[in-house]
Design a binder for this molecule. Structure first.
Ligand code: FAD
Ligand code: SIN
Length: 518
């Protein structure tokens, strides 16, 4: 068993920012970060567009950013959270820059500001089209300078430890005491006991198979919190990004940033028609939920597999300097954006809901905090405004840090039992795990996609129950491995998405059920 003061699960922008801040403030306290892949593998690393922050005092204002966020959220944002996050943004960005993150500069020497769907002004700070890569690089560099942070990469958090594991049945409230963790290289499972636990484990994109998210995005933190009986909300609000590069063979879809539409690209159908003009006066720059729903309806109407993003009218040299990564990726797929349209299709991208937290990042379980994409703060409501996610993670990591300064957490003296895997055996049929995973992803794509219906959702529950039973049986009888745990977590997450979808009787933002009235 390992004991630490702070356990952070996840090494994306949320986990690393909190770890840096707490380590700098308390050099005598220990912080352990467990992360299931390489230390930089995360959704953060692939963020393209940037961080939305109000910097241009002449054209922009906090009020405009607040309004844009509220409009995108379709009436379901928590206004006080929106105000707090938007107003904190500039300070948190400055801090990130002090830690060494570089962002593009314009010809006047100011930070270059991009524009994305739903934004009324230019306010997206970026590093070319690889903003997340730069943010992750800078944060990891700072983490490596701090000797009281230890990163355990290729370590998988299996479950949170609460009264349930201590066999305490008469407690009125729940407390988190640490987590059981699998060393993925040795297969050894051990206990990390911690005074405070931060879940910063990111999103759920892989539940859909076809996604912009990397393979780590399997909703582990949300599933762990759910099993520990934390409050989970707004899981029906899955954001589908309108413009993932179409590739029928690959499940991880390369993203064509919304900033490309902010730069002037048009969406066209096969005939060349700019169909977005028929749906919304903001056309290609309507908020993401609207653009994805319109593409979905266009694809259903035409029977096509994808639509196109036309950049041929744009200044090619400027395009290359703003979006070098996208330009190169397209070329590698034999798409020359100067003359070819880019084939695009919506793909699952972001989860607006998750583990419910208050403004200090506290969950409904004592000593358990949550930050970043796995948390549900109330900022996004029914649909997240582009580039508000990195911003949210930076602001909430700071809030959680402040909470810890003002409310030192007491050491727990309880004896935590070790992980018990008696009676389990090495799985002989890995193919069963893969088979169930494929079924789950097909089920979510076909029945729980951009447009849902009560009939499809009910059918989805029946299918999911079968997968659930098979996966639980495997989980109880075989030695734990990462793939099995991830599958189990994705089944839990799918269950939450479907049930919370059925509970929502009104279409809002990213949630559209054809049986509901708008
Ligand atoms: P992540 O960065 O996903 O980090 C999660 C971490 O948890 C990872 O290190 C993972 O390995 C670890 N982990 C997960 N489960 C476990 C487990 N069981 N045990 C141990 N470790 C675990 N947002 C913006 O604001 N602007 C953008 O321009 C933007 N572009 C995007 C482009 C793409 C292609 C994608 C996919 C997302 C984009 N987003 C953008 C969204 C944004 O990147 C993410 O929401 C944000 O980075 C999430 O940060 P996070 O720290 O919460 O999670
Ligand atoms: C993008 O660059 O289009 C992604 C931005 C985001 O998800 O906020």
């Amino acid at each position: 068993m390992i004991t630490t003061n702070y356990l952070v699960i996840g090494s994306g922008v949320a986990g690393l920012t909190f770890a840096v801040k707490i380590a700098e403030k308390f050099p005598n306290k220990n912080i352990i970060i467990v992360t299931k892949g390489d230390e930089d593998e995360s959704n953060t690393k692939y963020a393209q567009g940037g961080v939305a922050v109000v910097l241009d005092a002449e054209e922009d204002s906090f009020q405009k950013h607040i309004q844009d966020t509220l409009i995108a959220g379709d009436g379901l944002c928590d206004q006080s959270v929106v105000e707090m996050v938007v107003k904190e943004g500039p300070k948190r960005l400055k801090e990130l820059m002090l830690w060494g993150a570089n962002f593009d500069i314009d010809t006047k020497g100011n930070l270059d500001l991009g524009k994305e769907g739903g934004h009324s002004e230019y306010r997206v700070v970026h590093h070319k089209d690889i903003t997340g890569f730069e943010v992750e690089r800078a944060l990891l560099e700072r983490v490596h300078q701090l000797t009281n942070i230890k990163i355990l990469s290729h370590h998988f958090a299996i479950d949170l430890i609460t009264e349930h594991h201590l066999k305490i049945t008469d407690s009125n409230s729940l407390t988190c005491y640490g987590a059981y963790v699998l060393d993925q290289k040795t297969g050894h499972i051990f206990t990390i006991k911690s005074d405070s636990v931060l879940l910063a484990s990111g999103g759920i994109g892989r539940v859909y198979g076809h996604t912009t998210n990397p393979v780590i995005a399997t909703g582990d933190g949300i599933a762990m919190a759910y099993r520990a009986k934390a409050n989970i909300k707004d899981m029906e609000f899955i954001q589908f990004h309108p413009t993932a590069l179409y590739n029928a063979e690959e499940s991880t879809s390369f993203l064509i940033s919304e900033a490309v539409r902010g730069f002037g690209a048009y969406l066209r159908n096969k005939e060349g028609y700019r169909f977005m003009l028929d749906f919304d006066e903001r056309a290609e720059l309507a908020s993401r939920d609207i653009v994805s729903q319109c593409i979905d309806s266009e694809l259903k109407r035409t029977g096509d597999t994808h639509v196109f993003l036309d950049c041929t009218h744009l200044d090619i040299e400027m395009f290359k300097s703003h979006f070098p990564n996208i330009y190169e990726k397209c070329l590698s797929q034999h798409i020359n954006i100067e003359i070819d349209w880019i084939p695009v299709v919506p793909a699952s991208h972001y989860l607006c809901g998750g583990i419910v937290v208050d403004k200090a990042g506290k969950t409904s379980i004592n000593n358990l905090f949550s930050c970043g994409e796995c948390s549900r703060t109330g900022l996004h409501g029914a649909n997240r405004l582009a580039s508000n996610s990195l911003l949210e993670a930076l602001v909430y990591a700071h809030n959680i840090f402040k909470y810890h300064i003002n409310n030192p957490i007491k050491k727990n003296k309880l004896k935590i039992p070790e992980w018990n895997d008696e009676g389990t055996t090495i799985p002989k049929e890995h193919v069963l795990i893969q088979h169930n995973l494929k079924q789950l992803q097909a089920l979510m794509r076909n029945y729980v996609g951009i447009v849902r219906s009560n009939h499809r959702l009910t059918k989805a529950i029946t299918h999911l129950d079968l997968i659930y039973k098979e996966v639980e049986e495997l989980y109880k009888n075989v030695k734990i491995n990462t793939t099995l745990c991830e599958l189990r977590n994705m089944v839990n997450v799918a269950h939450l998405i479907i049930n919370q979808s059925l509970e929502r009787k009104e279409n809002k933002g990213g949630y559209y059920n054809s049986d509901n009235k708008k």
